[in-house]
Write a protein that binds this ligand. Structure first.
Ligand SMILES: Cc1cc2nc3c(=O)[nH]c(=O)nc-3n(C[C@H](O)[C@H](O)[C@H](O)COP(=O)(O)OP(=O)(O)OC[C@H]3O[C@@H](n4cnc5c(N)ncnc54)[C@H](O)[C@@H]3O)c2cc1C
Length: 454
């Protein structure tokens, strides 16, 4: 029984773990487009959250299992097609995550200096595809749109001191660019009120604990409206109560800080990004009010506007999956349509094709959320069994034909070690490689005949 898992982030590794546990004869190939594994644990989780990244130790154990092979630098849609995989493997699991970002859809988004948080996060975390982005970081005001944990991550990284980031695995270029500017104010915008904020209290407190940084709010924006107050009393979790209490503490006048402040703005939605000579200069925002709609609480514009200064705008309003050629896609939700993890095309099931993680659920949930989610898909895989068994020999030779610069787990282990050594030389956890070419050169894979020497 041969199974291909496409993508080697948390959901791909958890699917492999679950398959190994429940299906002793399974042979698993993990196919990853980058020469590096671990998806958003490497390229999303903030560099100053090193403890969280330790989860990869369990993934490395899975990769070392003799029943598992990991192949890097091979991309579904570029090097291989879904039909080709389905012909060569008994079952295929899509674990490709959400590689793009949602946009606001307001005027001015095409101005220079407007980016998604997805691009910014990928840049400081060394994702090779995002190293060419030039963020205007030497500005006084930055506007971050969105109040989830990704917004909190980017606000914290923008405000953190050099000493806070210096020992982490942030790239050398990002460390320099981020910490030698004169940026001091980050305005974080939430359309709804503090009771509806998606960030966790821990993420918010981490910003308040940064040296020389104040978190500030406006009293009129953190006072709950009657609908939110009733909702909080009846349905609010401890985290919701903590958030509301904390942002209330942050209201009121204080002296402007030398190094930084985060203005957490609620009931404030961006309506237009304003520019000067093609460059972002500000954001026109509108005050909102909370109303009941479709059984929930949502925001409605009041018509009252103000302009916030901004030299950089980061939109943190969600990640989004990119459609893959030949794979069914629900464009509205930005996911692969499925029933219990089995991919469907319209009403009918695509034989032997399954989905896990953010590609299945959309961009929500912590790393651990993917564990149960992948296990649920694996249960479906076992229940449905194989409809069209694979044909032909072991697909490894074919993969190598399609991608002569295929990266193996031992190659990644070498890159991993090299990154640690480079980091140790400058007092960091690791100094990541930032280009695919550089990585392939390090593991002697750039020789077009490298398949022959292996
Ligand atoms: C900025 C940010 C910070 C986060 N911080 C935390 C945190 O602190 N704690 C926490 O618990 N959770 C955090 N999360 C959430 C966590 O990262 C996700 O829950 C998790 O990574 C989703 O796993 P996934 O496997 O579905 O997707 P991903 O992690 O995105 O993995 C998908 C993998 O598929 C590969 N791939 C994509 N397309 C192809 C293709 N066509 N062919 C081959 N390979 C492909 C990608 O390169 C990638 O390696 C954070 C998320 C973000 C965005």
């Amino acid at each position: 029984m041969r199974i291909a898992i496409v993508g080697s982030g948390p959901s791909g590794f958890y699917a492999a773990q679950s398959l190994l546990a429940s299906h002793p004869t399974a042979r698993i190939d993990l196919l990853e487009r980058l020469p590096t594994p671990y998806g958003l644990v490497r390229g999303g989780v903030a560099p100053d959250h090193q403890k969280i990244k330790r989860v990869v130790k369990t993934y490395a154990k899975t990769a070392a299992d003799p029943r598992v092979r990991w192949f890097g630098n091979i991309e579904l849609g570029r090097d291989v097609t879904i039909d080709e995989l389905l012909a060569r493997y008994d079952q295929v699991v899509l674990a490709v995550g959400a590689q793009s970002a949602r946009k606001l859809g307001i005027p001015g988004e095409d101005l220079r200096g407007v980016f998604t948080a997805t691009e910014f996060v990928a840049w400081y975390n060394a994702h090779p595809q995002f190293q060419d982005r030039a963020f205007p970081l030497h500005v006084k005001d930055v506007v971050v749109v969105g109040v989830g944990n990704v917004a909190m991550d980017v606000a914290r990284i923008l405000l953190a001191s050099r000493s806070h980031l210096a020992g982490t695995d942030i790239t050398a270029a990002a460390l320099d660019d981020l910490t030698d500017g004169k940026r001091t104010r980050v305005h974080v915008l939430g359309r709804r009120g503090p009771a509806q904020a998606a960030f966790t209290p821990k993420e918010l407190r981490e910003i308040a604990e940064l040296e020389g940084v104040d978190v500030r709010t406006r009293a009129n924006e953190v006072e709950l409206d009657p609908l939110s107050a009733a909702w909080l009393a009846e349905h609010g979790t401890k985290a919701d109560h903590d958030n509301v209490a904390f942002v209330k503490e942050c209201a009121g006048a204080r002296e402007e800080r030398e190094s930084g402040e985060m203005w957490l703005r609620f009931c404030t939605q961006p309506v237009e990004i304003l520019g000067e000579e093609g460059k972002v200069a500000g954001v026109r925002v509108e005050r909102t009010e909370i109303i009941e709609r479709n059984g929930g609480l949502s925001a409605r514009g009041t018509g009252e506007t103000e302009v916030l200064p901004a030299g950089l705008v980061l939109e943190a309003v969600g990640y989004r999956m990119i459609a893959l050629p030949g794979v069914p896609f629900d464009a509205k939700r930005g996911v692969v349509p499925h029933v219990d993890g089995a991919v469907i095309d319209g009403e009918s099931r695509v034989p032997d094709l399954f989905v896990v993680g953010w590609a299945k659920r959309g961009p929500s949930g912590l790393i651990g959320t993917n564990k149960g989610d992948s296990a649920a898909t694996v249960a479906t895989m076992l229940e449905l069994g194989v409809v069209r068994p694979a044909e032909g020999p072991d697909p490894e030779g074919w993969l190598l034909e399609r991608q002569p610069m295929l990266v193996r787990w031992e190659d990644w282990e070498r890159l991993d070690e090299l990154e640690r050594v480079r980091g140790a030389e400058v007092g960091k956890v690791r100094e990541k490689f930032t280009s695919v070419q550089q990585m392939l050169a390090e593991i002697d894979c750039l020789d077009p005949n490298c398949d022959e020497v292996r």
